[in-house]
Write a protein that binds this ligand. Sequence first.
Ligand code: HEC
Length: 147
Amino acid sequence: MHAAVCGSVLGLSALLVPDTARPATDPVPERQALMKQLGQQMKAAGNLANGQTPWGAAQAKAVADAVAQSGQTARGLFPPASANDPKTNAAGAVWQNRSDFDKRLAQMSTLARTMGKADTQAAFRASFQDLSATCKSCHDVYRKKKS
Ligand code: HEC
């Protein structure tokens, strides 16, 4: 009985391994989910910046690292083949100016890492504002306007 339960758990995790290791097969929903997650991370960071969540340097670093990581992950989720996917709100400019697009993602991660080093709430707040500006400035150029 016990062994059977164990066996089925092992079987399940074996099934899950190749799944988590697979490359992006449907990059549009994956990058949209990642961007949504970025929105949540920025909301958490904003709450720390404005004191709605009690200030803590460790929490600040954790949320900043998460944003930095998302910036790195995003780079791999914009393959050229996804440019004309009907689900995407990414503008064609992403693939026409790919190096600028990638540079902006890298810049976002760099600013997030700087934000993670803030040791006061005031420094964190200033960094948070710089970081927020990178979201909007990229969307202005590389995301289709909502009609
Ligand atoms: C380098 C450019 C770039 C940066 C920087 C960037 N985004 Fe985006 N974002 C995009 C693009 C392109 C899309 C559209 C993706 C698609 O539909 O394929 C998008 C979509 C989104 C969406 C909508 C996702 C959905 O449900 O369709 C949200 C929310 C979002 N971004 C939040 C953020 C936040 C918050 C930041 C900053 C921390 C940020 N983004 C930084 C390019 C960027």
